[in-house]
Design a protein around this ligand. Structure first.
Ligand code: BGC
Length: 910
C-alpha cells in the first residue's frame, strides 16, 4: 500500500493559503483488494517545531481531516507528514507542505497607488519602482492585487504564469490577492513594474457595453518580501516612492481586444497618487488561477470567397492568439475573431454581438512575439490583416481558463458521442474562466447562475470544480439580499432584480453538488445561510396556497415547445417550474440541516418541503394524475424531483412518453428540462427511450450539432439551422455549456458511476446499455482515487471491468444480472454470454409504418398478434407516420411493435 497526493484544501503544496483550519486528504493506493484504512497519524511542523500531532487515530477517514493544531502564523511554511495503516497490515506515509499568505488583508503594509492620467487616456498604467538588493537572498514572495487586472514584471520577466489576476469577485465586498514565489528574479539592481488593465473592475461590461462598473480608476497594491540568508528581511511595497507611466499596451478591454504598439516611446513618468480600497475586503486567492493550459497550432489558412485571410484552429476555444513576426517598424497587424464561418465560407463574427474582439499589434522592426495580456476571445477562426505572408507555424492559439484538475474521461464506441463529450469539456474549459460564464465570446461572459446550476453536476465529473465553485459561491452569498434574493448573474453587474427559479437556485444546488461529489461538509457549513436565505426569500413571496406565483421567471429557457417569442421561456408554465425548484431546493436544505445537525431547521424545512409538494400537486396535477402543463419538462420535473404522488407517476410517465413520440422521439426541452430528461426516463424504466433521444442525429438533438461540425456546445438547439443559416435572434452563442448537462447522465447512467455516500466513499456502479453504443469506458478521479468502469457488449458477450479505489466500497449491478454484488476496493472483470445486440439495425421506431409493412415478416407477426390490424381500412392514412407517431395514438401497441422491429433487425443479420 502506498499513500499518494497529499492534498491540502484540494491542492498540492499550496502557497499563499489563508485558511485557518486547512484540511488534509490523501489517497491510498494498493494492488490488493478490499483495502480499508484503519488508522492515521498526522504531524505538522514549522521551523522544526511541532504545531500539531494527532497521535495514531483509529479511523477510516482519509479526506478532509481538519487541522486542529496551534494557530497558524502569516508568511510561514508548514510541513505535513501523514502516516496511515490499512486492514492488510501495511502502513505507508506521504509528505506535503503549505505556506500561509498574509492571513488577513489588514496585514498588508503597502499602500494603494493609482494615477492621475486624464480620463481619455486608454493606455494601461505601468507602476514601477527601482531598488537595490545588497545581501544574499533566501526567499522572495510577492503579494499583490489590483483594482483592474494586472501583470507584474521583475527585471523584465513576468512573475508567475497566470492571467487575469486578481480574478473577478464581488469587488464591493471581496477582492483576492495573489502570492507569487519570485525566488531567483532579483539582482543587485532591480526594477519592478506592475501593469494594470481595466479588466472587470473598470472595463466595458454587460449588454450595454458600459465601463466603470466598480470604479473609474485602476489601482495597485503590492509588497515584495525578501528574506535574506543572514536571517534579516525587507519589504518593498507600493507607496508614494513609486512612479507611474504608460507602456506599449495602448488600450485593453475584455470585450474589445488589446492594442500593443511596440514603437511607443513617448511615455511620461509621473508621481503616483494615493489610492484607497478597504484592506478588510482583501482575501487570498481561493480558486486555481487562470493559465494557458494548451497551445493549439494553426490548422489551415483559408482565403474566403470575400477574400478574407482566415486561419482555422480546428477547435472553438477561449483564449487569444500569439503571433511571431518580423515586421517593418510601424507595420500593423490586425486580428479579428469568430466562432464560425457562414454557409458560404466567409468569416462570421456576428455571434460576438458588440464585443468586437480585435487585437492590434504594431511592429518595431525586430523579430517579435505578440500576445495580449488583459483580454480574451471566444473563437475558432481568426482573420489576419497586415501580413503579406502568413507562416502558419508562427500563429498559435493559447487556450485560457481556470487551471482546474481534470478528473473525468468518457469514451464510447460511437464517434459522434465521443465528439459530444469533447464538446462538453471544451465548453467547460471555455467558460470556466475565473467565474462560470454563460459564453466566452459576446458582450456578456457573465456569471449566469442558471447556466452554472444546470451544468454543475456534469462539470464536477470532468474537472475538480470545488475551489472554483466555492470562490464563486462566496461571491453569490455576498451578493444575496433579503429584498432581491439571489442575483441572476454573480458577480452582479446587472443591478437589482428579483431572484428567479432555476437561476437563483444555484445558491442551494451547487453547494449540494460539491458536498455530494467531494464529501466536503464545510461547503455546506459555509453556504448554509445562503442556501436557507434563498428558500426563505421564496417563502416570503408565496400566496395563500403556499406557492410562488409572482414575478419574473426564465421558465424552461429556450425550450422548443413554444412558438419563438420575445420571452423565450418555453411552453411549461413558468410557475410550475418555479415551484418544482422551490420544493426540490427546500428538500436539499432540509437534508443539509440534517447533515449539519441543525435540529430546528430539520423540522422546519422538511415540513415546508412536504407542504410545497402537496400544494404543487393540488395546483399542477389533476385528481387523476395528469399534469396541467403536459410538456416534457413539466413531466420530467414532477418525476425527477420526486414531486409526483406515487399513484400518479405512471400516468405522468405515459404523458411524457406520448409527448416524446409526438416529437418523433426528439427532445423539446430548454435549460431546465434538458439536464434531467434522460435521467427521468432511465429512472422510470425507459432507459431505451433515453438512449433513442440521446442518439438522435437530426434536429433537435445533441448529435445534430456534432454532425454540423460543432466543437463546443451551442446555446440553442437551432443555433445553426439544417440549411446552414444561423439563428438570428441576436442571442446565438456557439459556446454555451447548458445543454452539455447531458454529460452527467453519460457518466452516471451509461458508464454507471454514482455515489452512494458523499465523495464516493461508497458507490454504486450500474452501467446500462443503449442501442447504438456497444462499449463505454469512463474514469473518475474521486477524492479517494480513480474509479473506472468499462463495458462492452459485442458478439453475444458482455464484458465488464471496474476499478474501485482503496478505502472505498461499491455495489455493482452487472448488466442483465439480477443480484447486486458488494465489492471492496480493487480491479474486477466479468465476462458472460448474452443475446443482446446493441448494434443498430435497419429498422427502428423512427421507421415509417410503410417501411415496416413492406416487410412480409412484419405483416406475418402483426397478423399473428394483432389480427385485423394490417387490414384496417384506415391504415394507409398512417403509412407515412413513423412508428413512434403511431404509438403516440396507440401506446398499448408499444411492446408489439418493439418485438416486430427486433425480429426484422435480427432477420436482417442472418
Ligand atoms: C445568457 C444565458 C442566461 C440567460 C438568462 C442569456 O443572455 O447567455 O445563458 O442564462 O441570458 O436570461
Amino acid at each position: 500500500m502506498e499513500l499518494r497526493e497529499l492534498r491540502i484544501e484540494y491542492r498540492q503544496d499550496p502557497v499563499g493559503l489563508d485558511v485557518n483550519r486547512p484540511r488534509f486528504s490523501w489517497k491510498l493506493v494498493s494492488a490488493e483488494r478490499n483495502v480499508l484504512q484503519t488508522a492515521y497519524h498526522i504531524v505538522v511542523t514549522t521551523a522544526g517545531k511541532t504545531v500539531w500531532d494527532t497521535g495514531k487515530r483509529e479511523s477510516d477517514a482519509s479526506v478532509f481531516i481538519e487541522y486542529e493544531g496551534m494557530e497558524l502564523t502569516a508568511h510561514s511554511l508548514y510541513h505535513v507528514h501523514v502516516e496511515a495503516w490499512d486492514n492488510k497490515g501495511n502502513h505507508a506515509s506521504v509528505e506535503g507542505c503549505f505556506e500561509t499568505g498574509l492571513l488577513k488583508g489588514t496585514n498588508f503594509t503597502a499602500n494603494w497607488i493609482t494615477h492621475d492620467f486624464p480620463d481619455e487616456e486608454t493606455a494601461c498604467p505601468v507602476f514601477f519602482k527601482e531598488f537595490q538588493v545588497e545581501k544574499g537572498i533566501e526567499k522572495v514572495r510577492v503579494y499583490a492585487t489590483a483594482l483592474g487586472v494586472y501583470e507584474i514584471k521583475i527585471n523584465g520577466e513576468k512573475v508567475g504564469d497566470t492571467f487575469f489576476a486578481p480574478g473577478w469577485t464581488n469587488y464591493n465586498k471581496r477582492l483576492q490577492y495573489q502570492t507569487y514565489q519570485a525566488d531567483g528574479l532579483l539582482q543587485a539592481e532591480n526594477k519592478i513594474e506592475m501593469t494594470v488593465g481595466n479588466g472587470w473592475y473598470k472595463g466595458i461590461l454587460g449588454f450595454t457595453c458600459t465601463p466603470n462598473h466598480y470604479g473609474d480608476r485602476v489601482a495597485a497594491l503590492a509588497e515584495i518580501h525578501v528574506t535574506y540568508t543572514d536571517g534579516t528581511a525587507e519589504i518593498i511595497k507600493t507607496d508614494d516612492s513609486w512612479k507611474v507611466t504608460t507602456g506599449s499596451i495602448r488600450s485593453s478591454e475584455i470585450y474589445m481586444g488589446e492594442t500593443i504598439d511596440s514603437t511607443f516611446t513617448d511615455a511620461k513618468v509621473k508621481d503616483v497618487v494615493p489610492g484607497s480600497f478597504d484592506k478588510e475586503r482583501l482575501i487570498a486567492q481561493e480558486n486555481e488561477p487562470v493559465r494557458i493550459t494548451e497551445r493549439i497550432p494553426a490548422k489551415q489558412l483559408i482565403t474566403t470567397p470575400k477574400g478574407e485571410k482566415v486561419i482555422d484552429f480546428g477547435q472553438n476555444l477561449t483564449g487569444f492568439v500569439k503571433v511571431k513576426v518580423r515586421g517593418e517598424a510601424g507595420q500593423t497587424i490586425i486580428i479579428r475573431h469568430a466562432e464560425t464561418l457562414d454557409k458560404d465560407g466567409n468569416f462570421y463574427p456576428d455571434t460576438l454581438r458588440q464585443a468586437i474582439s480585435v487585437d492590434t499589434f504594431i511592429c518595431n522592426g525586430e523579430e517579435q512575439t505578440f500576445l495580449p495580456h488583459f483580454t480574451f476571445h471566444g473563437f475558432r477562426y481568426i482573420s489576419i490583416e497586415g501580413l503579406d505572408e502568413i507562416n502558419l507555424e508562427n500563429v498559435i492559439a493559447c487556450v485560457l481558463h481556470t487551471d482546474m484538475e481534470p478528473t473525468g474521461t468518457f469514451i464510447s464506441s460511437n464517434p459522434l458521442v465521443n465528439q459530444l463529450q469533447s464538446n462538453i469539456q471544451w465548453s467547460q474549459r471555455g467558460n470556466f474562466l475565473d467565474i462560470p460564464t454563460d459564453c466566452p465570446q459576446r458582450d456578456e461572459r457573465l456569471g449566469w447562475t442558471g447556466d452554472a446550476q444546470v451544468f454543475a453536476g456534469t462539470a464536477a465529473f470532468n474537472y475538480n470544480v470545488a475551489p472554483f465553485f466555492m470562490k464563486w459561491l462566496r461571491d453569490l452569498a455576498s451578493e444575496q439580499t433579503e429584498q432581491f434574493g439571489v442575483p441572476h448573474v454573480v458577480p452582479n453587474i446587472l443591478g437589482d432584480q428579483d431572484g428567479a427559479a432555476a437561476w437563483s437556485d444555484a445558491a442551494v444546488i451547487i453547494p449540494w453538488v460539491i458536498y455530494e461529489t467531494y464529501g466536503d461538509i464545510r461547503a455546506l457549513e459555509e453556504q448554509y445561510e445562503s442556501m436557507k436565505g434563498w428558500i426563505d426569500y421564496i417563502t416570503a413571496r408565496c400566496g395563500s396556497n403556499g406557492l410562488w406565483q409572482t414575478g419574473f421567471q426564465y421558465g424552461d429557457w429556450l425550450a422548443l415547445d413554444k412558438e419563438e417569442s420575445a420571452d423565450r421561456t418555453g411552453a411549461t408554465d413558468v410557475y410550475l417550474v418555479a415551484n418544482a425548484y422551490y420544493a426540490y431546493s427546500t428538500n436539499l436544505v432540509s437534508k443539509a440541516a440534517t447533515i449539519l445537525n441543525k435540529q430546528e431547521d430539520i423540522e422546519k424545512y422538511s415540513k415546508l418541503y412536504r407542504s410545497i409538494k402537496k400544494a404543487f400537486n393540488e395546483e399542477y396535477t389533476t385528481a387523476t394524475g395528469r399534469m396541467v402543463s403536459e410538456t416534457q419538462t413539466a413531466c420530467v420535473l414532477a418525476l425527477h424531483f420526486d414531486l409526483a404522488e406515487e399513484p400518479h407517476r405512471e400516468r405522468i410517465m405515459t404523458s411524457l412518453e406520448t409527448n416524446i413520440s409526438r416529437h418523433k422521439n426528439h427532445l423539446s426541452t430548454g435549460f431546465v428540462g434538458t439536464p434531467y430528461l434522460c435521467h427521468a426516463l432511465t429512472e422510470n424504466n425507459r432507459h431505451d427511450l433515453a438512449g433513442t433521444i440521446f442518439l438522435k442525429e437530426d434536429y433537435p438533438s445533441w448529435l445534430y450539432a456534432v454532425k454540423k461540425g460543432a466543437t463546443t456546445i451551442w446555446e440553442r438547439w437551432n443555433s445553426i439551422l439544417p440549411n446552414g443559416d444561423f439563428d438570428t435572434s441576436g442571442m446565438n452563442s456557439l459556446n454555451h455549456y447548458a445543454y452539455g448537462s447531458i454529460g452527467e447522465w453519460m457518466y452516471r447512467k451509461l458508464a454507471g458511476i454514482q455515489q452512494l455516500e458523499p465523495g464516493y466513499k461508497k458507490m454504486f456502479i450500474k452501467p446500462q446499455f443503449i442501442k447504438g453504443i456497444t462499449s463505454v469506458a469512463a474514469t473518475y478521479q474521486s477524492v479517494y482515487g480513480e474509479i473506472k468502469t468499462a463495458w462492452s457488449c459485442q458478439n453475444k458477450r458482455i464484458n465488464v471491468e471496474v476499478e474501485i479505489p482503496a478505502n472505498t466500497t461499491a455495489i455493482l449491478y452487472l448488466p442483465e444480472k439480477e443480484e447486486p454484488i458488494e465489492l471492496g476496493s480493487g480491479r474486477y472483470q466479468y465476462e458472460y454470454e448474452t443475446t443482446t445486440v446493441l448494434e443498430t439495425g435497419r429498422f427502428s421506431i423512427d421507421s415509417t409504418l410503410k417501411e415496416i409493412l413492406d416487410e412480409p415478416l412484419a405483416v406475418q407477426l402483426l397478423n399473428q398478434h394483432a389480427p385485423g390490424l394490417t387490414e384496417h381500412p384506415m391504415i394507409e392514412f398512417a403509412y407515412n407516420l413513423s412508428v413512434s407517431e403511431v404509438l403516440a395514438q396507440a401506446p398499448e401497441s408499444g411492446d408489439l411493435f418493439k418485438s416486430v422491429i427486433d425480429a426484422l433487425n435480427n432477420a436482417g443479420k442472418k
